[in-house]
Design a protein around this ligand. Structure first.
Ligand SMILES: O=C1O[C@H](COP(=O)(O)O)[C@@H](O)[C@H](O)[C@H]1O
Length: 229
């Protein structure tokens, strides 16, 4: 079962989570001379990324990537890469080595092999995976009812191309195996709607119904969950 951290204020949750990530990155660098961090996009991680960007670390030893990306240009408003570039990869943290999940291929399916190849250069397993969750229970871009979900849950590849059934843009996503191999699996939950879905996920049931269960209903690497109002 997951380890929960409860906060009233989202900003307090973000600061606490950023401190936890920074501590683990520092420990990874001290132990292995390198660290790897995969971040979610969307709205939830923004304050965490802003707090992390202010944290003194040897960013040149840290490899940063995404858990998922929308197949849009990096300057598009929906780009997860854009979020990272505008929040985390500024100031000292710009020294981090960023591995994008988007390339110039015409679609996510054509682009996936090159992303998979580029990901081979990341130090695996990832030290930290920061997940988000949509109100449909998707995590990364592993969406319920997506044609590629079964593959995303079973593939030994690190990445998969996905067409969400009810969300915009083709995506690239980490697979369940890449997520679950991480040394630390973190999740942000905020607001009543997501709290309700989170509680439903914990009750048990098919991962295909609520893909966030892949991280919550396993004990090999218990997820840590930051929950706020
Ligand atoms: O599309 C996405 O959605 C989820 C949740 O986003 P949020 O805006 O509700 O925080 C996110 O974790 C994922 O990375 C993103 O691509």
């Amino acid at each position: 079962m997951p380890i929960e951290h409860h906060f009233t204020e989202g900003s307090d949750a973000a600061d606490h989570l950023a401190t936890r990530i920074a501590t683990l990155l520092g420990e990874a660098i001290a132990t292995r001379s390198t660290a790897s961090l995969a971040l979610s996009g969307g709205r939830s991680p923004k304050p965490v990324l802003e707090a992390l960007a202010r944290t003194p670390l040897d960013w040149s030893k840290i490899v940063v990537t995404l858990v998922d990306e929308r197949w849009v240009t990096p300057d598009a408003p929906d780009s997860n890469e854009r979020l990272l570039r505008e929040t985390l990869l500024t100031g000292p943290a710009a020294a981090a080595h960023f591995v994008p999940m988007k390339n110039d291929a015409p679609d996510a399916y054509a682009g996936q092999p090159a992303v998979e190849a580029a990901f081979a250069a990341i130090p695996w397993p990832l030290d930290i995976v920061l997940l988000g969750m949509g109100e449909d229970g998707h995590t990364a871009s592993l969406f319920p009812a997506a044609a590629e979900l079964a593959d995303g849950l079973t593939s030994t590849a690190r990445t998969i191309a996905v067409t969400p059934p009810a969300a915009p843009h083709q995506r690239l996503s980490l697979t369940a195996s890449a997520i679950l191999a991480a040394r630390h699996i973190f999740l942000q939950i905020s607001g009543n709607a997501k709290k309700t879905v989170y509680a439903q996920a914990l009750e048990g049931g098919p991962v295909e119904q609520l893909p966030i269960r892949l991280a919550l209903l396993q004990d090999a690497t218990p997820a840590e969950v930051w929950i706020s109002e």
